[in-house]
Design a protein around this ligand. Sequence first.
Ligand SMILES: *Cc1c(COP(=O)(O)O)cnc(C)c1O
Length: 402
Amino acid sequence: METPTAPNRPDAGLREQLDQLAAAQRYRRRRVQDGPQQPKAVLDGRPMLSFCSNDYLGLANHPEVIRALQRGAETWGVGSGSAHLVNGHSRAHHALEEALAAFTGRPRALLFSTGYMANLGVISALAGRGDKVLQDRLNHASLLDGAQLSRANLRRYPHADAAGLERQLNDSGARLIATDGVFSMDGDLAPLPELIPIARRAGAWLLVDDAHGLGVLGRGGRGTFDHFGLTPDDDCILMGTLGKALGTFGAFVAGSEELIETLIQRARSYVFTTASPPAVAEATRASLAIAEREDWRRERLQTLIARFRHGAEQLGLPIMDSPTPIQPLMAGSEAQALAWSRALEEAGILVGAIRPPTVPEGTARLRITFSATHRDEDLDRLLEALDRLSLSTQSTKDDHLD
Ligand SMILES: *Cc1c(COP(=O)(O)O)cnc(C)c1O
């Protein structure tokens, strides 16, 4: 019998697409981490100095947080067993929600399994077909995907541009405006003092994704609102993640009683998923307490940022205008970003090359991130390596895959 030729096999074309990604220098590979998150990392068996983690405060491997997780597992076991609305909502989750509400100064907080799911859940619960959602052009993918899922009409306004937002609102109003608090690939801040009154006048929700501000900015690490001296009110929604500065896993949304109750009823990424392990909630309560009380971690970050920026300026490196531990170096092309990152890797330094579609076309970059646990010597090593590299930025030919 003849084997049918299969023009319609579902995997036909995948190899071709993968080859196209590789040719465009956009192929991504995972590296295998052989130990906990810390500046002294071991990757693929090789010791490296890492500047690419979002563990800004150095809490992901903190002994108190580890102990809280262990004790949590002894008390609660591992799996939560079901969704929050069935019987997966433990006292551990509940206590963390109360701690997060108190920390953020909002009436309620609701845990989600991840930040990605929190953004999908909030936007699709509050906006629907026929509504308009306005978003900063550089927002995180999860905010954009949330708008897609909601079937609302999504429009993007120019980056951090309050006047640009206002022009789009004048055209057609909006149900919801969403912005990163700290932009994840640029490190700059949303102009919240301008955005809040604009959203209020338009009668729109303002959703602020503070994945990179929480723990890092503001008093006790309360985030971007607090950094600007703002107390968010009921038309502001705060989304925060727990897997970055807080060093654990998960996310939450903080806001009014009515908002949170609405999310519990309607956010599909909340309702239709298993609650995260309760022990993780216990670990997060421990890390939140450390983050809040240990100002030295934030001060240390500020010192590292200032020292890095000073050194980088002296070397003439292409730094961007960022006051946060996210310090990108603009490369432009994918090939340039990869060449830089590979040269650093050869020097034992790990810095991620960020390429489209994570960032817009023509803005590939190195994304350097600092942790409070980086030492002065670590920073010196980075600057020395960058110095050597800036002399050899021409050698971007013959790039192989990364
Ligand atoms: C990381 C990140 C998220 C997603 O959070 P996870 O908990 O990793 O799913 C959402 N928004 C921003 C801005 C982020 O950087």
